[in-house]
Structures are given as structure tokens and as C-alpha cells.
Design a protein around this ligand. Structure first.
Ligand SMILES: *Cc1c(COP(=O)(O)O)cnc(C)c1O
Length: 498
């Protein structure tokens, strides 16, 4: 099975090539030329397997040029109890009848990015070997906070690879920042960029296809790849947990085989929810995919109107991993929903680049609105939701997950649809301790407390344990201090690689 570019101007490549290149040479995203399918018998069989085996099955369907030992050898070192704090890897917690939370944050960095970034380095290493690549790989990452740390943990000290992470200097939580600037490893670089995530992402994205920079790299025996969700190798592992959650609930008798569910996904770059879309295409009985946004509600507007307009105020919120106005992976959805009309996608993406705006045709919008639903919540609603979920269910959620829960309630109230719902819980509440402490303890209690005293206070109030990845961050030395302007990203890359 080959992978083709959503913009139709690059030739189709193998899965190994697609993972190695990260982004297609024409600036488009790689997508599988056809989507495999899993029938009822396949689901029955998967239900009897553990997370790692389910992952091997699903990855195997998409990565056709990887053999079984290559797939098994990639998932085994990723999904195990050395790396994840829960043997189920992605456990599902039931708060009430028909209300479930899929916890995607038991990995080393306490957010859902670990689900893919623990396995991606293993896939990429094998992709290099399979394609006869001898160049050193340079992973460039733009992060809104969580991807950067997860990629650093995944790629640190991997032979033949170097990783450079750019994060918005004014756009990440203190915990996220500390996780990154204290990163250890001999092949890691972490740089703050003045501006927001969109500035950082756009600045990094152009370097991948910049002919001059690539020529210099090539001369030094190096090449770029991406660990952002534009890389297919990031997306395919995310499809696994949609199946896994469903099958776990089926095994527990919470769902009958074939019964429809809704997934609610706190969304930024549209990577997580897109994996849910692919899961549905494969045959998972998903009724609606509910896209939950914060005040940066560009996707809510798009799903409602068919107009994508990034010309709007950018807000910094307490759910910073969703503070994004250019959702890269939407391009893949539009490709599928236009029956793979690359010329049209290319046109819309050019409009987005040039004017910050595009409008899809009525038929495409109808298909989007048929499957997706979206709403957004503001900061107060997010804090209220953290408080309410703790009060009503004794269940503690982080602000991103709280956005999901609040939008889930709005969906039910608006549509009356009472299909069972699985909310993807994307971060540990301890990772966003400021917002969670604010909601639970109140502002007065927070005064004069350090980040780490807040962690302790939260643990004391809730009886929950502080995850190991966060507990001792204040004792680690800061190893990365560089701050640059967006215009200097290419220069910074070349300087590191000189
Ligand atoms: C990355 C992230 C999101 C957004 O996911 P996308 O795939 O970018 O839509 C939501 N919540 C958390 C905690 C994240 O780290």
C-alpha cells in the first residue's frame, strides 16, 4: 500500500518513505491510498488482545511494507509498564452510565502525545534501514507544549538521530516549559521562539521544504524528518486507542458489539480527532465525532459554516495545547471528504496561506457537518467543569479534558442525542496544576505557593499521586536557555548542525 500527497504533486511512496519524509515534497500530507477495513470478526479477535497486540494488528494494516517482526519490535519497547504507569496503557474510566474517559496520559510526559511518540522513533529507525538511508536524521519539532517533551523523550539518545524542538516562548505552561528546558540527552536541542504556536509552526514548516537549507543539510550527510502530527507515523498509532477503548468497554459489558458511540476530542491541530475519523473509516461504530475547542474556536466555526478563517484574535488560554489557529491535519480530512480531490485541496491550502481564509463547497461542508459536531468553552466554563466533574464524579480532569467534558454536555443538551460517549482525556491534571488548583482550591489558597507546592497541595486535597515525570522537575538543572525570533529559526537550525 502506497501513500499519496493530499496536494497531488508528489509521487506516491511506501509507508517507510512517508514516515521518513514526514511531509510530502509538494508541501502536502501523506495519506494511505486506500483505508483498510476491520469487520465484526476482526473486532471480536482484537477484543481478546492486549493494547500492544491491538497496536501491532492495526499498525500492520497500514504499514504494509513493515513485516510482523518489525511492527512487533516497534510496539514492544513502546507500550509497556516501564514507559507507561498503567498496565492497560490507555485505560478507560467510567464516571457514570454512558460517560467514559479514555486516559491517554499514563506515558512518561503525562499527555496524550506519548501514545504516538513512544513508538514513532522505533518506526522511524526501521524506516531508515528499509529505505537504505544512511544520512543522520534531524527531527524538527514545533510544539504547543506537549509534543516537544514527548518527542524529546522518544528520540533522546537514539543513534543516528538528532532532535531540535521549538516552542513558543509565551505560550506554554510552566510545567511544560520546565519539562523541556531540563531535558537530558546528547542529541537534543530546545529553543524558545518569541511569539505564539502558529508563528513557531509556520516558521518550522517552511524549513522542511526550503531548498537552500536542505542542500546544506544534504552536503553534511543529514536529512530532516518531522515528529509533528503531519507525520503519518504519528497518526497511525493514535487510531489504536479508539479501538482499544471501545473493545475494553465491550469486554466490560458497557457496550454491546456493534453499538454506536460518540467520541469527544479536545482539539488543536486536529491530529487526535482525525485518528478517530480513520478509526470510523476502518469500521469502528462511531456515530459522531465531537470537536471540543477553547476560545480559539476556528474549528467550531469551520464545522458549523464550512468557512475556515484564521484572521481572528489569538487567545492564550488555560488549555494551551489547543491554542492553535492553523489545524494542519484538517487537510487530510478534506482530502477524504472531497473523494481525494487533490487539486481542490491544493487550492484551499494556497488560499489559507495567502489570505488566511478559505470556504469549502456546500457538498463537502455537508459531509463534514454530518459526521462532526463542535462547540467551544471559555476559561470560566473550563474551571467550572473541573470543579463540577470532581464534585459529581470524584474524578479529576485537566483543563483540556474539561473543555471536552463541557462541550460533551453542550452536545447532549443541544441535540438530545444520548449515545454513550467516550471523552479522550488528553493530559494528567497534575501537568496543568495551576488551572486545576485554581478550580479546586481557589485563588487565595494558591498565593505564594510554588509550582511544586501546588502539586503537593493538589495531591493532598484529592488523594491522588503526583506522576513521577513531574515530581522532581524543580531539582533538575536547566540545560537549554536559547530564545530567538521566528525569522531566525532556519539560522538556528544551521548553527546547531554546523
Ligand atoms: C496536543 C494536545 C491536544 C490537541 O490535540 P490535537 O491532536 O493537536 O488536536 C489536546 N490536549 C492536550 C493535552 C494536548 O497535548
Amino acid at each position: 500500500m502506497l501513500y499519496e500527497s493530499t496536494r497531488g504533486r508528489s509521487r506516491p511512496v511506501s509507508a517507510a518513505e512517508a514516515i521518513k519524509q514526514g511531509i510530502a515534497p509538494d508541501g502536502g500530507l501523506f495519506v494511505p491510498e486506500r483505508i483498510p477495513s476491520l469487520g465484526a470478526a476482526d473486532l471480536d479477535r482484537l477484543a481478546g488482545l492486549d493494547y500492544r497486540q491491538r497496536a501491532a494488528e492495526i499498525l500492520g494494516r497500514f504499514l504494509a511494507d513493515f513485516d510482523r517482526p518489525e511492527i512487533a519490535g516497534s510496539v514492544a519497547p513502546a507500550y509497556n509498564t516501564d514507559r507507561f504507569g498503567d498496565a492497560a496503557i490507555a485505560p478507560v474510566r467510567t464516571a457514570a452510565a454512558g460517560l467514559h474517559f479514555l486516559e491517554l496520559w499514563h506515558g512518561p510526559t503525562c499527555a496524550f502525545k506519548d501514545m504516538a511518540l513512544q513508538v514513532l522513533p522505533h518506526l522511524l529507525k526501521r524506516a531508515m534501514v528499509k529505505t537504505g538511508e544512511t544520512a543522520e536524521t534531524v527531527i524538527l519539532v514545533a510544539t504547543s507544549g506537549d509534543t516537544g517533551k514527548a518527542a524529546l523523550e522518544g528520540f533522546r539518545d537514539v543513534p543516528g538521530m538528532r532532535i531540535i524542538v521549538f516552542f513558543p516562548a509565551e505560550g506554554v505552561s510552566e510545567m511544560q516549559r520546565l519539562q523541556m528546558v531540563t531535558q537530558e540527552g546528547n542529541n537534543v536541542h530546545v529553543i524558545a521562539v518569541r511569539g505564539n504556536f502558529d508563528d513557531t509552526q509556520s516558521g518550522v514548516k517552511v524549513i522542511f521544504t526550503d531548498p537552500d537549507v536542505n542542500a546544506i543539510l544534504h552536503r553534511h550527510g543529514r536529512r530532516f524528518s518531522s515528529a509533528n502530527s503531519i507525520n503519518w507515523g504519528r497518526l497511525v498509532p493514535q487510531i489504536v486507542y479508539y479501538f482499544s477503548a471501545y473493545l475494553d468497554l465491550q469486554n466490560r459489558g458497557e457496550l454491546k458489539p456493534g453499538q454506536a458511540v460518540n467520541f469527544v476530542v479536545p482539539t488543536g491541530n486536529f491530529g487526535n480527532i482525525l485518528a478517530g475519523f480513520y478509526a470510523r473509516c476502518l469500521g469502528l461504530p462511531v456515530h459522531r465525532l465531537i470537536c471540543a475547542a477553547n476560545r480559539n474556536n476556528v474549528l467550531t466555526d469551520f464545522i458549523r459554516t464550512g468557512i475556515y478563517n484564521r484572521n481572528r484574535t489569538f487567545y492564550r488560554t488555560i488549555s494551551p495545547s489547543m491554542d492553535i489557529l492553523i489545524s494542519s491535519n484538517l487537510e487530510r480530512l478534506l482530502y477524504e471528504l472531497t473523494d481525494r480531490n487533490a487539486a481542490r485541496i491544493d487550492g484551499w491550502m494556497a488560499e489559507l496561506r495567502e489570505t488566511g481564509y478559505y470556504r469549502v463547497d456546500a457538498a463537502t461542508h455537508a459531509r463534514v457537518a454530518d459526521l462532526f459536531w463542535s462547540d467551544f468553552v471559555d476559561e470560566d466554563e473550563t474551571l467550572d467543569e473541573i470543579r463540577a466533574t470532581w464534585r459529581d464524579y470524584g474524578y479529576l480532569i485537566d483543563p483540556h479534558t474539561a473543555v471536552g467534558k463541557a462541550v460533551s454536555d453542550k452536545y447532549r443538551a443541544t441535540t438530545g442525542d444520548d449515545t454513550p460517549v467516550i471523552i479522550t482525556s488528553t493530559a494528567s491534571p497534575f501537568k496543568f496544576n495551576q488551572a486545576v488548583a485554581h478550580a479546586l482550591l481557589g485563588t487565595a489558597e494558591m498565593e505564594n505557593r510554588t509550582e511544586f507546592q501546588l502539586l503537593e497541595a493538589l495531591a493532598a486535597t484529592t488523594g491522588l499521586e503526583i506522576p513521577p515525570g513531574l515530581r522532581d522537575l524543580d531539582k533538575k538543572p536547566v540545560r537549554h536557555r536559547t530564545v530567538i525570533d521566528r525569522e531566525d529559526i532556519a539560522g538556528a537550525v544551521l548553527k546547531i548542525l554546523a
